[in-house]
Design a protein around this ligand. Structure first.
Ligand SMILES: [Mn+2]
Length: 371
């Protein structure tokens, strides 16, 4: 029997740019969740920690970060095996030249695609040596005649993903073809499994241990894999490991008072100080909801680690004349009428968006003047 942690795509050193002051916290979280990953391995009595590529964002990341990651892996009770991926390929001058990898007795950076015999299993690793390739990295593996538990480690794109270039293509039935009990793969950041023709799952993306961006489905986990014996169906458990939660919210406003829905949705987010929120509102905005919109903006800015609001797709509710009537009669109201007409009738979305924002700004100016 063998029990191990399968993980990949740590992308340590990623910039997390575009998140303002939250960028540093996002980078720090990637290291914190590595600590919890090691703890999970200890709690579950995992004998091995298998990392299938892209530990680092690239080969030029800060040497101190490489040291920190290496030191952390050295704290794992069992053995650690690493295959370089396409972000951190094994090339001269790569992160894998750092002395930390020689110092840790339990950590092995795999440099050649050759079987590794361990006490309870054989590993079939596929380290990458270039950023891009059209070859199947697992094609050399032939474990069919082995009587030992056979575990592959690879990095690439499973064939058949719509619209994807064949970047290190891995056939959907790669584990069966190679005679493996389990093929742990990396490259895509969401947890995904690929059942074979018998309905048994022997191939999986672990996904990244900490979510890397908005819209990433089912990331922030590690996999605990247990294989009883050669040929047995692997037990695969996805265990949450990430520190931060990412929420990409799209809310359509369809009636007066609907901005309240957005506030309620924000109120339901657990541990807001560790949440990143991207809220996109579309639909119709009523003049009476404009003040609530300011509350939404304030909540996003104050409560969460990161919050952004996009209202480019909102238009003023056409039947709501209070947009116009609350403004002083004369040139300002006339301007507002023209802008509203533009917001509702412009031929392209960009013009609509600018007109809507101009209308909202006009109301804000009016309210400020009235104070
Ligand atoms: Mn990759």
């Amino acid at each position: 029997m063998i029990r191990f942690i399968h993980t990949a795509d740590w992308q340590m050193g990623m910039k997390a740019s575009g998140l303002g002051a939250a960028s540093q916290a996002v980078r720090d979280a990637r290291l914190d969740s590595l600590k919890s990953l090691v703890d999970i391995g200890h709690d579950k009595n995992a004998e091995l920690l298998l990392v299938t590529g892209d530990l680092f964002e690239d080969n030029a990341v800060d040497r101190l970060l490489v040291r920190r990651v290496g030191d952390l892996l050295a704290t794992f009770n069992g053995k650690v095996f690493i295959t370089p991926g396409n972000h951190d390929p094994l090339v001269p001058g790569s992160v894998w030249d750092h002395p930390v990898w020689q110092e840790s007795k339990n950590v092995t950076v795999i440099r050649e695609a050759n079987p590794i015999e361990l006490d309870d299993c054989t590993l079939y690793p596929c380290p990458l040596k270039e950023k891009y390739s059209t070859r199947n990295p697992t094609s050399w593996i032939d474990a069919a005649h082995s009587d030992r538990i056979a575990i592959g480690m690879a990095h690439g794109t499973v064939e058949g993903m719509p619209g994807m270039e064949p970047d290190y293509p891995i056939p959907r039935d790669a584990a069966t073809r190679a005679g493996l009990d389990y093929l742990g793969i990396g490259h895509w950041h969401s947890f995904a499994t690929y059942p074979d023709s018998k309905g048994e799952t022997r191939m999986a993306y672990s996904g990244t241990h900490e979510t890397t961006k908005f819209g990433e489905r089912d990331s922030g986990n590690v996999l605990l894999v247990e294989i009883e014996s050669r040929g047995a169906r692997p037990k695969i458990e996805s265990i949450p490991c990430g520190q931060l939660s990412w929420h990409s919210l799209d809310i359509a406003l369809d009636r007066e008072g609907a901005v309240e829905d957005a506030i309620e949705t924000l109120d339901k987010i657990d541990a807001p100080a560790k949440a990143l929120v991207r809220l996109r509102l579309d639909g119709m905005l009523y003049a009476s909801d404009r003040a609530k919109l300011a509350v939404v903006e304030e909540l996003l800015a104050s409560r969460f680690l990161y919050g952004s609001l996009s209202i480019e797709k909102l238009v003023p509710a056409p039947e709501d004349d209070s947009w116009i009537e609350s403004l002083p009669a004369g040139p300002i109201r006339e301007a507002a009428e023209k802008i509203r007409h533009q917001a509702l009738n412009a031929s392209d979305d960009f013009q609509k968006s600018i007109a809507t924002q101009a209308l909202i700004e006009l109301f804000e100016l009016k309210e400020q003047a009235a104070l």
